[in-house]
Write a protein that binds this ligand. Structure first.
Ligand SMILES: [Mn+2]
Length: 428
């Protein structure tokens, strides 16, 4: 079925004329600003982001799920769908696996299945926020922070298992998000619960293979509605600092209270040399897991502005791991990922064309208006043709969603995948 996506050149031909005129116009406009469009296209072409295994089905919300026809039924079919996204965008060569939701029955088979499709594995994600049918102890009152050492040991063992699995697949990082916390004042000792989390993470950290990183992911609330143990970037940074150089902080854009200045969080973590990576998504109210760039595209640009600034300064320990963490109840997940990658590439492209020398001069001179305008000039530039061209040069689609719809892939896999029962995917 993946072969249905092979004829991208034909899809591209239908819009090539308009595209080339648009590309010429933006290239000329950038040239007048002293920016080489070719160099921008080359940089967009270097952008890569991992697809989360848990969001390839229509996941959705804390409430109902409305599956679409042709959803992947297992991790192998999820790799197939990722291969489609990769063919169309050329920017998603890796999958971030969630264990146990997407635990393979045969690691070698999954590795071979991925290799055949030119895919690799990004950070693996552990899960101690819900009980599995076969586990001995419950996480109802916490995992790493639990008062019972047996529960904590079970959480540590699970994470070490995830690391071992990831190592066999070629991953080089583990992301740990903990739901641990309390719903009522007095329920949990605020200080000691944090110490227990640190103790457990130290054991996992000691078990990391060479070259691996451990990402701690913070979240302000939910499911703990009074006090989450790893609530904010300060707690995450404390953990990463105490654990050592392999530990860094992961910023999930949706894991912040409304109006949090996330680009400032990113800047602080960059200063600390502890920015591990991102879970990209967007949010209106809370951890909404909406499509990246759908609600606050300017914020996304400002985050990338910090990243490009760090990239160009060649900052120490700057090697962020980009992953997506969204779920879709209304959109076809493949289409939502195509849209997301496009949004990310546009935000990156806009950050690349910021006139950093001018910005620095205006900042130095305290010219608030011109400094802000320098950012706005880049943000308001229509970079779509540059992003489309970067994709086309790597064999991808000028318009990935249009090419996907024209391919008939979803209809074809519906036929193929409708012969067995279906296990609903879930979302982080
Ligand atoms: Mn996340």
């Amino acid at each position: 079925m993946i072969g249905m996506i092979d004829d991208i050149a034909t899809y591209n031909d239908s819009s090539a004329n308009d595209h080339e005129r648009d590309l010429e116009a933006i290239s000329e406009r950038l040239d007048r600003r002293g920016i080489d469009a070719e160099a921008v296209i080359d940089r967009i072409g270097t952008f890569e982001v991992a697809v989360p295994s848990w969001a390839l089905g229509t996941g959705g919300t804390r409430f109902g799920r409305f599956p679409i026809e042709g959803e992947p039924r297992n991790v192998y079919e999820k790799m197939d769908d990722t291969a489609v996204i990769q063919k169309l965008t050329r920017a998603t060569p890796r999958v971030s696996l969630h264990i146990p939701w997407d635990e393979p029955d045969d690691v070698d088979r999954l590795k071979a299945h991925a290799d055949d499709r030119g895919l690799g594995f990004d950070a693996v994600n552990s899960n101690t926020f819900q009980d599995q049918p076969d586990q001995e102890h419950s996480y109802k009152f916490g995992s790493f922070s639990h008062t019972d050492p047996a529960v904590r040991q079970q959480a540590v063992d699970h994470n070490l298992h995830v690391v071992e699995l990831g190592e066999a697949l070629g991953s080089e990082a583990i992301t740990i998000w903990l739901a641990d916390g309390s719903n009522f004042p007095g329920q949990m000792n605020l200080r000691k619960s944090f110490d227990r989390v640190l103790g457990g993470l130290e054991t996992v950290y000691d078990g990391l293979p060479d070259g691996w990183r451990l990402y701690t992911e913070h979240k302000p609330y939910e499911p703990a509605f009074y006090a989450t143990v790893v609530q904010d970037w300060g707690s995450s940074l404390m953990l990463a600092n105490r654990l050592g150089p392999k530990a860094q902080c992961l910023v999930d854009l949706g894991h912040h209270l409304p109006n949090t200045n996330i680009e400032l969080v990113v800047a602080r973590l960059l200063t600390a040399g502890k920015l591990g990576g991102f879970h990209f998504n967007d949010s209106k109210y809370g951890d909404d897991d909406l499509t990246t760039g759908s609600i606050k595209p300017y914020q996304l640009f400002l985050v990338f502005n910090e990243l490009v600034d760090a990239e160009e300064e060649d900052l120490d320990n700057f090697n962020p791991d980009y992953m997506i963490d969204q779920s879709h109840n209304l959109k076809d997940p493949i289409e939502a990922f195509l849209q997301t990658v496009d949004q990310l590439q546009k935000a990156y492209a806009k950050a690349v064309i910021v006139d950093r020398d001018a910005l620095s001069e205006y900042q130095q001179a305290n010219d608030a208006l011109k400094a802000e305008e320098t950012l706005k000039q880049a943000y308001e530039t229509g970079v779509s043709p540059l992003v489309a061209e970067a994709r086309r040069r790597q064999g991808g689609a000028l318009n990935p969603v249009a090419a996907f719809r024209a391919s008939g892939y979803r209809e074809a896999v519906h036929e193929e995948r409708s012969d067995e029962g279906y296990t609903p995917p879930q979302s982080l």
